[in-house]
Ligand binder design. Structure first.
Ligand code: CUA
Length: 195
C-alpha cells in the first residue's frame, strides 16, 4: 500500500498533537499541585450550625497580629456576614492576612470575591477554607455563582478593606446580630413577586 507523503506527514502531526494533548492534561492534573477537595476534612451538620462554635455567631475574628479569621454562613439568599442590606458587610483592615471559613446552611452556593482569586463552592456539611492578603483599602463584591434557587441573582455581599486606623474589631462584634431568618422570609416574598 502506498501512502502519499503529505498524508504521512499529517498522520504523524496528528499523532504528535494527540500525545501532546494527553501530556498537557496529565501534567495539569498531577504536576501543578491542583487537588480535589479532600475527603478527610471534618464535616459539620448544616442543620445544627447554631451549635457550632465557629458558625453559631458568624463573624470576623482577630487571631494574631494582622491575622484575621472570617466565619461566613451562606444561605438562600445571602452571606452572613457579607450581605450588607440583610446582615452586615465583612470589614477587615488593610495589611491583613484573612482566612475565610465558609459553610452553607441549606443548598450549594459559592463564595467569590470579585477581582481576587478567592472563589470556592460552598457545600452544606463542608467548610471551605481560603486565605487571602489585603494590602490596601479596597471594596470587593461577594457573589454566589452556583445557581441556588429563585433568589440566586440577588445573592451578593460586600467586603470592605479599610485603613488600619478606621478598623475596630469591637464594632463588628457588637453588630454581629445577623437576622438571617427574618431575611429569609423577606427574600422569599420578593423572589415570589419577581416571578
Ligand atoms: Cu447562592 Cu446562588
Amino acid at each position: 500500500m502506498n501512502i502519499h507523503t503529505y498524508e504521512k506527514v499529517w498522520l504523524v502531526a496528528a499523532m504528535v498533537l494527540i500525545v501532546g494533548f494527553i501530556g498537557t492534561i496529565a501534567y495539569g492534573s498531577t504536576g501543578v499541585g491542583i487537588a480535589m477537595i479532600s475527603d478527610d476534612e471534618e464535616t459539620i451538620d448544616p442543620n445544627a450550625l447554631d451549635e457550632d462554635e465557629r458558625f453559631a455567631d458568624p463573624r470576623v475574628e482577630e487571631v494574631g497580629e494582622n491575622e484575621y479569621e472570617v466565619y461566613v454562613v451562606a444561605y438562600q439568599y445571602g452571606f452572613d456576614p457579607g450581605s450588607e442590606h440583610i446582615t452586615e458587610p465583612i470589614v477587615v483592615p488593610e495589611n491583613s492576612e484573612v482566612t475565610f471559613y465558609v459553610t452553607s446552611e441549606d443548598v450549594i452556593h459559592s463564595f467569590s470575591l470579585v477581582g481576587t482569586n478567592v472563589n470556592t463552592m460552598v457545600v452544606p456539611g463542608e467548610v471551605s477554607t481560603m486565605t487571602a492578603e489585603f494590602d490596601e483599602p479596597a471594596e470587593y463584591g461577594i457573589l454566589c455563582n452556583e445557581y441556588c434557587g429563585s433568589g440566586h441573582h440577588s445573592m451578593e455581599g460586600m467586603l470592605y478593606v479599610v485603613p488600619e486606623d478606621e478598623f475596630d474589631i469591637d464594632d463588628q462584634e457588637d453588630e454581629s446580630e445577623g437576622d438571617r431568618d427574618e431575611a429569609d422570609q423577606n427574600n422569599g416574598e420578593s423572589a415570589g413577586e419577581d416571578e
